[in-house]
Design a protein around this ligand. Structure first.
Ligand code: ADQ
Length: 463
């Protein structure tokens, strides 16, 4: 296998000797495997803040089979590139929330500078024959910067978020510049056919490109290819972890449930995840199906993320208000309908908790894929599986059509789907679970990275 140079904003190598691979984040394991097999290199931000540009450290560490190189960023770079532009502008745009975008040209300049910095550092490491794989929206301009520095190796890019329809993307002031930068890659990977179609539509109708098919695209004077590569998990490893875990978190949760059925949500606290809407659907269930009261408990786990971005602070307040409202309305002396927890779980605790849940609520308003949906399915007991309630707006819904598919903006219908989930026969639960598990097994995370890297290494564009 050709050497792989992988670039992402954050670098999170596995600890050597890390116990159960199944319980470790699927993506981390996949990247670890891809890099180990190719004796590659992983490059990204160190997670450290440099006092000034001159005090920036470049740190290289040799892992067992690959190299990890990281670089420090200054406070100002981080504020502009990461909080300001990546999370304050690109994230909302990519998730159809142009109304939440806070655009400042200075942030875009910082974004460009950090992309240049990454390219400059990486260019020094590139050898002939290497494959370069760039990850996610933080680094849209790196390929172009690498080309400027004479790098002509195959460059691939994978977008973990949705790719919005052109009408939504063009709300972004720099859309053309970014897309032109991106087209300096040879292969663009998207999560779903919908994302792929939106990307090709942009190139065709906005940028005046020529798209013969996904294998033959000409745009911005460059030739490239695109494809759909749905990201996944290691289903058997995760299933094993979920079946084996007997830790304290699981024990305490079981005691606290006292025989009640668990409804579970596990997300990063983010406005794309549809958390307020989810609570409102739960309220609908309790209001219109009082027979479930006292017999169920809803646990929403949502650790804070991106706390520096103002919109996330508003969201936190709204969720505190809504969960207080539902509990105030329905709680009894010995029953709390909703537990809203802001602490994260370890991977193995997560696997154990997912297994206990009778229903998982995976109801984002937009999501590139949503791995929790796949993890929940993998964690189930095949003899008595739970029900996955899945938003049609999660990339995962393209594959997991045997879930109960809902529109999370329709609280009433989602509340009714919750009722349907709670009333579902064992036979139907097993049938749906089997169908989903087959899909996840057929397209696991190893297949995801291998198919991307193989396509990238293939001969480029053929006329
Ligand atoms: P995220 O938006 O972070 O990722 P998601 O796929 O749901 O979303 O989660 C990634 C990982 O984080 C999963 O393995 C999950 O178990 C873990 N996780 C989430 N919430 C957690 C919690 N409360 N406690 C512990 N672990 C938690 C982006 C895109 C997604 C896409 C992924 C991968 O937004 O759409 O699926 O990248 O491409």
């Amino acid at each position: 296998m050709r050497r792989l140079l992988l670039l992402s904003n954050r670098v999170t190598p596995l600890q050597t000797g890390a116990g159960n691979r199944g319980a470790t984040g699927g993506l981390a394991v996949a990247i670890h495997d891809a890099l180990s097999e190719s004796h590659g290199l992983w490059f990204g931000w160190s997670g450290r803040i440099a006092e000034s540009e001159t005090e920036r450290r470049l740190n290289t560490e040799e892992k067992e089979h690959y190299q990890v190189t990281t670089i420090d960023l200054t406070e100002a770079e981080l504020e502009g590139y990461y909080n300001g532009y990546s999370n304050g502008v690109l994230w909302p745009i990519l998730h159809y929330r142009a109304d939440l975008m806070e655009y400042h040209s200075a942030h875009f300049e910082a974004y460009r500078r950090v992309n240049e910095l990454f390219a400059e550092q990486l260019a020094q490491q590139v050898r002939p024959g290497d494959l370069i794989w760039i990850h996610d929206y933080h680094l849209l301009l790196v390929a172009q910067e690498l080309r400027k520095r004479g790098v002509d190796n195959p460059i691939g890019f994978f977008l973990h978020t949705p790719f919005p329809a052109p009408e939504a993307l063009t709300a972004l002031p720099n859309h053309r510049e970014l897309m032109e930068g991106l087209c300096h890659c040879d292969l663009i990977g998207l999560q779903t056919r919908t994302d792929l179609r939106a990307f090709l539509d942009y190139l065709r109708f906005e940028a005046g490109g020529k798209v013969l098919d996904e294998e033959r695209i000409e745009c911005f004077g460059r030739r490239l290819r695109a494809g759909c590569f749905p990201i996944s998990i290691d289903p058997d490893g995760f299933a094993q972890a979920a079946a084996q875990v007997r830790n304290e978190a699981r024990r305490r949760l079981l005691i606290s449930l006292d025989g009640r059925r668990l409804l579970l949500g596990v997300d990063r606290l983010d406005y794309t995840k549809g958390l307020p809407q989810r609570i409102l659907s739960y309220e609908h269930l309790l209001e219109h199906h009082p027979e479930h009261r006292r017999r169920i408990a809803f646990l929403q786990i949502a650790p804070h993320s991106r706390s520096e971005v103002p919109e996330y602070i508003h969201l936190r307040r709204r969720l505190e208000e809504l969960s207080g409202h539902v509990n105030g309305r329905f709680a009894e002396l010995d029953w709390v309908p909703l537990r809203y927890v802001n602490r994260g779980l370890s991977r193995s605790a997560l696997a154990g908790v997912l297994r206990i849940a009778s229903v998982a609520l995976v109801t984002p308003l937009r999501d590139g894929m949503n791995l929790v949906a796949k993890e929940y399915v993998a964690a189930q007991d095949p003899e008595d599986p739970g029900v996955l309630l899945l938003s049609r707006f999660a990339g995962a819904a393209h594959e997991l059509d045997a879930a109960l598919i809902v529109n999370p903006l329709d609280y009433e219908a989602t509340g009714e789907a919750l009722h349907q989930a709670l009333a579902m026969s064992l036979e139907e639960r097993q049938e749906r679970w089997q169908a989903m598990m087959e899909v996840i097994r057929a397209q696991d995370v190893t297949r995801w990275w291998r198919s991307f890297v193989t396509r990238l290494a293939e001969d480029a564009w053929e006329a």
